[in-house]
Design a protein around this ligand. Structure first.
Ligand code: SAH
Length: 213
């Protein structure tokens, strides 16, 4: 008999497909990553439901559909070097790390990063480099990156951050509008860098990016 967890996982993958996620690589990275280790034990029975969950410190692990969508929209390649701002539980980091060469990730809350790092170790993910910091201005020492993913909401993405991307690179981020609503947007960096535009993907709900002063 298949165990319940495997069945729940299979249902989640099917529902991600029905919601429009088509990348085999993204779906199998999700299938092969145990989400339950990234969430508090008392919530682990919700691990394969398509919903965001609290991870403490007023932060949340994103909904699997949004993790899948953001990962798919980045069109990751095996050689890519990726910067993530907002490690949180580390779940999104883990998914990306299975699809690319290296992931740099920045988190501002130390206990969250400590927990995330222990998950990376458990899963033997050795291509993730992390630091505690305010990630608003990226990680210029380690640039250039091929892709940047921001998993906390902000009203604008600073130009300096976009200059840490290679030409052809992409940045995906939840952008807050004046109305308070957030739109998931993605930009692809062109040669000239002045006619780049943000593709609007869908409405989302992320915790805010907080600056260290
Ligand atoms: N992708 C994560 C989502 C984490 S929630 C997951 O699936 O678990 C967003 C995270 O961004 C929080 O952990 C929050 O502490 C972090 N964050 C907020 N402002 C930040 C900043 N300026 N720099 C780095 N991380 C930040």
């Amino acid at each position: 008999m298949r165990n319940i967890k495997e069945e729940e996982k299979a249902n989640l993958i099917m529902s991600l497909r029905s919601m429009g996620i088509i990348s085999y690589e993204v779906l199998s990275a999700i299938e092969n990553t145990p989400r339950e280790i990234f969430i508090p034990k008392h919530l682990s029975h919700y691990a394969y439901e398509n919903r965001a969950l609290p991870i403490g410190f007023n932060q949340t692990i994103s909904q699997p559909y949004i993790v899948a969508l953001m990962t798919e929209k980045l069109s990751l390649r095996p050689d890519d070097i990726v910067l993530e701002i907002g490690t949180g539980s580390g779940y999104q980091t883990a998914i990306i790390s299975k699809l690319v060469r290296k992931v740099y990730t920045i988190e501002r809350i130390n206990p969250l990063l400590v927990a995330a790092k222990s998950c990376f170790k458990k899963l033997r993910l050795t291509n993730i480099v992390s630091k505690i910091d305010d990630g608003f201005l990226g990680w210029s020492n380690m640039s250039p990156f091929d892709k940047i993913i921001i998993t906390c909401s902000l009203s604008t993405v600073h130009e300096d951050l976009l200059y840490q991307l290679n030409v052809g690179g992409k940045c995906i981020a939840p952008i807050r509008k004046n109305s308070g609503k957030q739109l998931l947007k993605c930009i692809t960096i062109s040669n000239k860098r002045d006619d780049d535009y943000w593709e609007e993907i869908c409405e989302v709900k992320f915790v805010p990016l907080i600056r260290n002063n």
